[in-house]
Design a binder for this molecule. Structure first.
Ligand code: MN
Ligand code: MN
Length: 467
């Protein structure tokens, strides 16, 4: 016969938070579904390293799933699926709800840009018979992490005649790739004694791109000439064309399983493709939503959301205004009833760097989607702190649908900080909170997430769209 639980034990079960291991809580069936879901995610990650790559991939998926390009002169009705492509760098996918915009819209917003090394407008130079590219890093990086890792070149070169040339070199294992060199330890006595920001600064991030001279020629800069000649033969571009290009170096590695148990995924750009993919799948899968749902995959988050493809731009509000007008509504009346999940990552507790976190409020690998009530720094500056009422609404939804979730604060108080797009959505007078995936080694060339957390983030967004 089962022994009766002590009074304290019973009370604990009633009053304390359930801190069971997430894998145990979720159960084998849910974990198997997560593994399956993440197969698709890994394909996305390998094909969406930059925002431009991501938008192309998403349009293909959207069209296969019955989405057509939005036309503001057309009338749409419940169940219609549309997308808006903003300059090939951001995209919105909407499913028109039974009530349209009348009760607000449901927004799921993730970003598809990730930290990387952009080429400068005049990138190519020769030094001591080596050809190199100058770069300007994009987003917050620890610069030393970007040395001695294989890099691939992605992006476009726009020509004066209007033609735009796609560049993608280094992803196929038979392709050539590129690298930022670092000093050997034997000669690094001075480097190793410096503070890290001095030892590795932005002007050290020069990418090695060639070493052979053109036709064994004695002309000056013949290694640079040889590189330009290869680019001319392959793409028809000349040195001046770099001036109108968006070219970037990203890690050439593919996403891979991590751990003996294959429970995690390592890869470049989890922040924030790991939320973009769930937000994409949620809008593809949602069935006859009550209110119109919109997945926004935005650009420029890593550099502060400025620019016409970032969330400080009016592009999303303009789209909602068009949808509102079709329903005889004003944007402001729609926005104040609108709810949003800002789908972005948080820093997973790392036992090796435990002192950067406050354990009671950190988020953890395998505990599910993480809700981040506020981000910011220095006494909650630069954040939209989600209200208690909105937190309660989301808690209730996730619990009722048995979505595995946790909360997380970004590091310990005054340990640093960061932000997401949530505050820009709050400024439009909508209710918003961050929900996403905990990440280890965030902003490194190879970040780590848990498969279960990715799947639970998808489930959270799907249920949010379906309610
Ligand atoms: Mn992010
Ligand atoms: Mn980030």
């Amino acid at each position: 016969m089962e022994k009766e639980k002590s009074q304290a034990k019973q009370l604990k079960e009633k009053l304390f938070m359930n801190k069971k291991n997430g894998i145990v809580k979720a159960g084998a069936e849910e974990v198997a579904k997560a593994d399956e879901f993440c197969r698709g995610y890994k394909t996305f990650l390998d094909n969406a390293k930059t925002e431009r790559d991501a938008v192309k991939f998403v349009i293909e998926m959207a069209e296969k799933n019955g989405f057509t390009e939005y036309d503001c002169t057309k009338t749409y009705s419940a169940g219609d699926k549309v997308y808006v492509n903003n300059r090939g760098m951001a995209i919105m996918l909407a499913v028109i709800g039974k009530n349209g915009t009348k009760n607000g819209v449901r927004l799921g917003i993730a970003h598809i840009d990730s930290p990387r090394l952009d080429l400068k407008p005049n990138p190519l130079y020769e030094s001591n018979d080596l050809a190199l590219f100058k770069t300007h890093y994009y987003g917050g990086i620890k610069k030393y992490q970007w040395t001695t890792v294989p890099l691939a070149l992605h992006g476009v070169v726009a020509l004066k005649d209007g033609n735009v040339i796609d560049v993608n070199i280094g992803e196929d294992e038979n392709d050539t790739c590129f690298v930022v060199t670092d000093l050997l330890p034997h000669l690094a006595v001075e480097q190793m004694s410096q503070v890290m920001t001095k030892a590795f600064n932005g002007e050290h991030l020069n990418v090695l791109v060639g070493s052979r001279p053109f036709n064994e020629d004695e002309e000056s800069e013949s290694v640079k000439l040889n590189v330009l000649n290869i680019l001319f033969e392959k793409y028809g571009i000349i040195e001046e064309d770099f001036l109108s290009a968006d070219l970037t170096m990203v890690p050439a590695m593919k996403a891979r399983d991590i751990g003996f148990d294959r429970s995690m995924i390592g890869g470049y750009g989890h922040d924030d493709k790991v939320c973009a993919y769930p937000a994409l799948m949620a809008v593809l899968d949602v069935k006859e939503p009550e209110s119109t749902v919109i997945t926004v995959l935005t650009d420029r988050e890593e550099i502060g959301s400025d620019g016409n493809t970032g969330m400080k731009s009016t592009y999303m509000a303009d789209f909602v205004a068009d949808l509102a007008k079709a329903d005889g509504m004003e944007l402001r009346h729609v926005m104040r009833k609108t709810t949003c999940l800002s789908a972005d990552v948080n820093a997973a507790f790392d036992p090796t760097y435990a002192s950067a976190f406050e354990g009671n409020n950190a988020c953890y690998i395998n505990k599910g989607a993480v809700i981040t009530k506020y981000t910011g720094s220095g006494g909650k500056y630069s954040t939209s702190d989600a209200s208690a009422e909105y937190m309660a609404q989301i808690r209730n939804l996730l619990d009722s649908k048995k979505v595995l979730w946790q909360t997380g604060e970004l590091g310990k108080v005054d340990g640093g900080g960061g932000g997401t797009i949530a505050k820009f959505i709050a400024n439009l007078n909508a209710d918003v909170v961050d929900l996403g995936v905990p990440v280890l080694s965030m902003h490194a060339p190879f970040e780590v997430v848990s498969k279960l957390d990715v799947y639970e983030t998808y489930r959270a967004l799907y249920e949010f769209y379906s309610c």
